[in-house]
Design a protein around this ligand. Sequence first.
Ligand SMILES: O=C(O)CCC(=O)C(=O)O
Length: 360
Amino acid sequence: MPSQQKPFFFDASILKHQSHIPPHFIWSDHEKPCDKPPPTLDVPPIDLAGFLSADPESVSNASRLVDQACRKHGFFLVVNHGIDMKLIEEAHKGTDSFFRIPLEEKERAMRKPGEHYGYASSFTNRFSSKLPWKETLSLSYNADNRSSDNVRTYFSDTMGENYAAFGNVCQEYCEAMNKLSLDVMELLGISLGVKQDYFRDFFKENQSIMRLNYYPPCQKPELALGTGPHCDPTSLTILHQDHVVGLQVYVDDKWRSITPNPHAFVVNIGDTFTALSNGIYKGCLHRAVVNKTTPRKSLAFFLCPKTDKIVTPPKELVCEENPRMYPDFTWSDLLEFTQKHYRSDMKTLEAFVHWLRQNN
Ligand SMILES: O=C(O)CCC(=O)C(=O)O
């Protein structure tokens, strides 16, 4: 459980040069990154354009590959996804510029206690050990049409009009991720053998999160982690990495690297979808490592249900051989649990279910 001591101040522009890193960032021996980069994981690339063309062979191939990957480890790649490369490049460029501005300026968007959006570093973190070597900017995206401008507005309101252009890029990027994640939900509906539109409809009014991750160089990369080992508590993560290696996934009791590919999105199942699939699809333990010389960026879109929607599996996924594995809950309950009571790790879902049962 979290230690609630005073948080440590993280100014990346200073820390990235230090050869002695503060103890708050040092992980225990069994959790430290491997000495050499681990072998890569062969993640199946899913041809989304083929799937969306409704060509029977492409649909059957895509759903078979997704089904195998999600039963085993919960990770796959999507290629031919239709997202404009220029938009992806602009999102990376804007992210780079944002994190390079002085700390005082980034602090205008500082995440406030109890909120899950805004600028955060270990300075704002509620923990004081095993701190992640990174800075983040989290944005709240609401797919509901009535408030569809929320990302753009957030930037102008907190950072001022100079950030309007980047606000537009992030708004557009979220809208593109919203579309892509609903397409993937259709694929997951088919691969799980429920109605094709079931999960697309479930997530239509999603209240999701976009997170820009920035990992400054670290002079002791063998002691620190950019992001500690965790499974995402959200439903589906769509991640775009820049060209710098860093993402690792734990499969078959080993850490494996996921090689960056500018034309692909890395997709992974989160705890909420594991519960929705009645435990059939796994969320996978992953982490990010840092390096001595090159900053690394990743853009993560976390698809989440509308906060008050009941997370319960469709009846087709519950049977005598596979009885209900998790109680009903809402995303708002799980979000509260991870924001106030628990630091996301590989056991979040288990701990959450225990907490729910104790509190009901
Ligand atoms: O940066 C990465 O590759 C992983 C990021 C991640 O796991 C997260 O933001 O939860």
